[in-house]
Design a protein around this ligand. Sequence first.
Ligand code: ZN
Length: 406
Amino acid sequence: MDNLSNIKKAISRAMEGEFYKSRFKDINVEDIKTMEDFQKLPFTDKDDLRNAYPLGLQAVPDEKIVRIHSSSGTTGVPVIIPYTSKDVHDWAVMFKRCYETAGITNLDRIQITPGYGLWTAGIGFQAGSELLGAMAIPMGPGNTDKQISMMIDMKTTVITGTSSYVLLLAEEIQKRGLRDQLYLKKGVIGSERWGEKMRARIAGELGVELYDIYGLTEVYGPGIGINCELQSAMHMWTDYFYYEIIDPNTGELVPEGVTGELVITTLEKEGAPLIRYRTHDLTRAIAGKCECGLEYPRIDAILGRSDDMIKVKGVILYPSSVDSLLATIDGVSSEYQIMIDHLDGRDILTVFFETALDGDSARTLEGTVEEDFKDKIGLTPVAKAVPIGDLPRSEKKTTRIFDNRY
Ligand code: ZN
């Protein structure tokens, strides 16, 4: 079946629930005759989901719901996503496919450091591992000593987690000189934007191949796409959802290769189907077929969040451009933090970066960072070098840009 028929089926199913029944009350599915008609449907945004709290998104009768998850909303009301047993199964099938795409087999031992519970991460990594037949080591987050001793004793071959937590583990292992006692081959890193420098550090310190896994709680959870061994970009499992990439300001589709916001329509989801859901993740479509042979289309690694774009002195600052800028400067480590303050009527940008250098060498490096920012981003910051390990690492997501102006 083509995309349009699949999408129309998904819309009809979604409209059996109260949420889309009322949102689409003026829409007749039979009138959607082309993809252009579909692209005129209104977007669904996170606030719409919050307003449906607690179970307003549920689109099937109670007896079909087997589980809920909740998005880790840092502000206000959480979003509750109900799952049917088909949803839970489909998610595990996609996750298993992710592991297989990363070359992971039933002989692997997968240490799971993301959290379990309402958050979708841990349980998704676990369900995919079990369906694959690998041995899951369900650690959950934290307790670095225990993580490392289990990694050694259980002969863990695959480490999973956020990039910042896996970096923290890598640094500890390096510090304690335990690398020769590890059996790690691969790392599957979820749902956080991370730069090339951080990737290189984790890969280097642990001696592993790294894979970016993509996903969000509103659309199953992590596991709806991953990069293949060619590391070209992330393949997306489009038999389960349809995606578009739009200009976050105008809502229009952007051409292939142009950065925009990822918008997802679920095709198979029963518990809480979503039509044109704005993920706020920035990425771009990668043209052509991947040489690995997989037919699934590809998107680039997530470049940031459309709501993270920050305007300072009239210049738009993307976290990803800071990553790429710092990656080119020798001596600057992967960890940084940016503070934006408003003092005496002026915006002040301070860039804290970690470095192994100190004294005059660190001062010189601060000068280089300031110059490069001015040349490549068009903003002059105050750069401050701090020792390695000084900036916070987080088990969940690391916030790097703090806007203290408002
Ligand atoms: Zn590929």
